[in-house]
Write a protein that binds this ligand. Structure first.
Ligand code: ADE
Length: 245
């Protein structure tokens, strides 16, 4: 059984609606986290809204780790890579906590639990998400065009996570200087990655780019969230589940 995680209500709502269309949801609250047991694309899944930030994401992933055989995290992210723009999808190949710095105990960014800075994803789940991203991008061409996005692109690569919404040009430039291959920044992925790596649970992360992590980020993010975050996340997840079935 797979768990599907998103941080925000807006990112999970269309997935919940798709599950409700397939049958009844059974909710259970564990340590304050609501788990929704459901059927999606004909498969048993657990849906969970983690809330924003690494602690919330790690809590949710820890609760799920004993209950599922894999986790998929979807939602939005700020684009950092030069060619990573709103409407694109970044499928993580590895994740890193950009605000983790325990020097001199360990090198910068190294997660002590895992022993590396960069935590690799599960190739099998990730291939399914990448395949689903192709369909999601083409299906939402019209809504994306309304937001000025002409050619949504899929980028595989490094996603970085930290407990900060990056909304200044200086903030995103600092991250680019320090981690030139980082494609996107968000607030949960590397936390789920650390928990899954420690627990030996396969996981994958796909993020739709909502903003460029600059001064316009707050406006872009809000508009994007309202207009397309939910159906985009739904199509990524449904598509991946179909590939995996
Ligand atoms: N999620 C979406 N946009 C983001 C940003 N600019 N910074 C951090 N997390 C985000």
């Amino acid at each position: 059984m797979l768990a599907i995680i998103a941080a925000l209500e807006e990112e999970l709502s269309a997935i919940v609606a798709a599950a409700q269309a397939e049958g009844e949801l059974r909710s259970e609250i564990v340590a304050g986290v609501t788990l929704m047991h459901a059927t999606l694309a004909g498969q048993q899944v657990v849906l969970a809204r983690s809330g924003v930030g690494k602690v919330a994401a790690a809590t949710t992933a820890t609760i799920l780790a004993e209950r599922v055989s894999g986790m998929i995290l979807v939602g939005t992210a700020g684009g950092l890579g030069a060619a990573v723009n709103p409407g694109d999808v970044v499928v993580a190949t590895e994740l890193l906590q950009h605000d983790l710095d325990a020097r001199p105990l360990w090198d910068r960014w190294v997660s002590p639990v895992v022993g590396t800075a960069r935590i690799p994803v599960d190739a099998y789940l990730t291939a399914a998400l990448a395949a689903a991203a192709v369909g999601a991008c083409s299906r939402h061409r019209n809504e994306l065009a309304e937001l000025g996005v002409e050619n949504p692109t899929i980028h595989p690569g490094l996603i970085i996570s930290g407990d900060v919404f990056v909304a200044t040009a200086q903030g995103s430039q600092r991250l680019r200087d320090e981690l030139p291959d980082a494609l996107a920044v968000e607030m949960e992925g590397a936390a789920v990655a650390q928990v899954c790596a420690a627990a030996g649970v396969p996981f994958a992360v796909a993020r739709t780019i909502s903003d460029r992590a600059d001064h316009d980020a707050t406006v872009d993010f809000t508009v994007f969230l309202r207009k397309i975050a939910a159906p985009y996340a739904r199509d990524l997840v449904l598509g991946a589940l179909r590939v995996l079935s």
